[in-house]
Design a protein around this ligand. Structure first.
Ligand SMILES: [Zn+2]
Length: 75
């Protein structure tokens, strides 16, 4: 059984799904038993999702330029 330190050390790899199935199972087992680590993982997952949504909502590069190009046609 892995411990809290192992979870913390590998938290970001875990979130990125860079672990093999065997290791992932060990983490799942630990998270099922350890409220502290479970909360931590959920917190980081939520934070990442928020970041991703923000990045997706931001105007793409060159958007301002495109607006300028299209402006004359809008009038
Ligand atoms: Zn733990």
């Amino acid at each position: 059984m892995i411990n809290c330190q192992a979870v913390l050390r590998n938290l970001f790899e875990l979130l990125d799904n860079e672990f093999g199935k065997t290791n992932a199972d060990e983490f799942e087992k630990h998270l099922a038993l350890c409220r502290k680590c479970c909360d931590r993982v959920e917190f980081h997952k939520a934070a990442r999702n928020r970041l991703r949504q923000k990045a997706g909502a931001a105007p793409p590069d060159g958007f301002k330029g495109l607006e300028k190009v299209l402006a004359p046609f809008g009038k």
